[in-house]
Design a protein around this ligand. Structure first.
Ligand SMILES: *Cc1c(COP(=O)(O)O)cnc(C)c1O
Length: 356
């Protein structure tokens, strides 16, 4: 049976990414060796890293003065690496979910953290608006897409200080104005590649302003100077990321994929608004994520949750069970998820409704 992969992360990858990785796992770039068994300093792998970096710059329209890094340690390491490198006295953070809360916890180790607003009061089911960011904050950190709860900030926030963003689960899903950012980071395993690579975009002149010593591996400058080759990069994941980047370019880039993402999300939200058995978790339409669509049974049909999960699973849906802190369901509709999978889920919901 055809599987429809709605996992939140690690998550669906383009078919071509998997095929190219399978090929390179045996014979990488005509070397007769696996991509896993060649030196990261070989000319073949250096070419992979360079092309991945230049495609990131091209696809996100990154201006001069920024560096693109492929590191390890996941977004969770960036929670501390960003403040280690940028936070001298004070930073502002927006608390929109579990990941944002974790970023705040780490930043507090390095200086004063002003939590400008939080949606914790309603289990992070909305995006706070109308908050003030202190003018003397060194940066404003936010999580653009809240993978667990299903909210998203679809526009670069308008604030007077540089932005730092965790874009783990929506990077490359739409255009962003990079010039507003000091740092953007993203674990690869949502919208880019397998787990093990972490994409970091740094504005070079945002660095060198903190007075503390920074351990070598946690200093962005180390990795900028050595072009992500200070230590061994995660070669296979970076190779896979490159394949996804090429695929995305072939699809017409982030503007083109954004149109598809909007279309996929609209189809599913419309069905959730219509179907009497289900309702979207996020009430405010402008806060709804285009990447992770969370939903629950309507109160009168609440007892059917397990039955629908089994029903959908039997129809090939994978990974739609909601995160334990939200319950219900979550359909992740990342770039690589084809519209056919969204339509299949909608068909399953309609069929289940008719059966009741
Ligand atoms: C998945 C996720 C993380 C955690 O990423 P790791 O790479 O596992 O550290 C952080 N932030 C967001 C928004 C995520 O979706």
């Amino acid at each position: 049976m055809k599987k429809h992969n709605f996992y939140a992360g690690p998550s669906i990858l383009p078919g071509v990414t998997k095929e190219k990785v399978a090929e390179a796992a045996i014979n990488f770039a005509g070397t007769g060796l696996s991509v896993m068994e060649v030196s990261h300093r070989s000319k073949e792998f250096v070419a992979v890293m360079n092309e991945a970096v230049s495609l990131v710059k091209e696809l996100l329209n990154i201006p001069e003065g920024y560096s693109v890094l492929f590191l390890q340690g996941g977004a969770s390491t960036q929670f501390l690496m960003a403040p280690y490198n940028l936070l001298n006295k004070k930073a502002a953070y927006l608390n929109t979910g579990s990941w944002a809360s974790k970023a705040i916890k780490e930043a507090k180790l390095f200086g004063e953290v002003v939590e400008v607003a939080s949606s914790k009061d309603k289990n992070f089911s909305y995006i706070p608006k109308n908050y003030d960011v202190p003018a003397d904050a060194e940066y404003f950190h936010y999580t653009s897409n809240n993978t667990i709860f299903g909210t998203e900030i679809l526009k670069d926030p308008e604030v007077a200080v540089p932005l730092v963003a965790d874009m783990s689960s929506d990077i490359f899903s739409r255009p962003i104005d990079i010039s507003k950012y000091a740092v953007i980071y993203a674990g690869a395993q949502k919208n880019l590649g397998p787990a093990g690579a972490t994409l970091v975009i740094v504005r070079d002149d945002a660095l060198g302003k903190v007075s503390r010593p920074i351990p070598t591996m946690l200093d962005y400058k180390t990795h900028i100077d050595k072009e992500s080759m200070f230590n061994t990069p995660s070669t296979l994941p970076v190779f896979a990321c490159l394949q996804t980047l090429k695929w995305l370019k072939g699809k017409g880039g982030v503007e083109a994929i954004q149109k598809q993402n909007i279309e996929k999300a609209k189809l599913l939200y419309d069905e959730l608004d219509r179907n009497k058995l289900f309702m979207p978790n996020i009430k405010n339409e402008e806060d709804r994520s285009l990447m992770n669509i969370t939903f629950v049974m309507t109160p009168e049909y609440a007892e059917l949750e397990k039955e629908f999960l089994d029903f959908a699973t039997n129809k090939g849906m994978v990974g739609i069970k909601g995160h334990r802190s939200v319950g219900g369901f979550r359909a992740s509709t990342y770039n690589a998820l084809p519209i056919e999978s969204v339509l299949a889920l909608i068909d399953a919901m309609k069929e289940f409704e008719r059966s009741k």
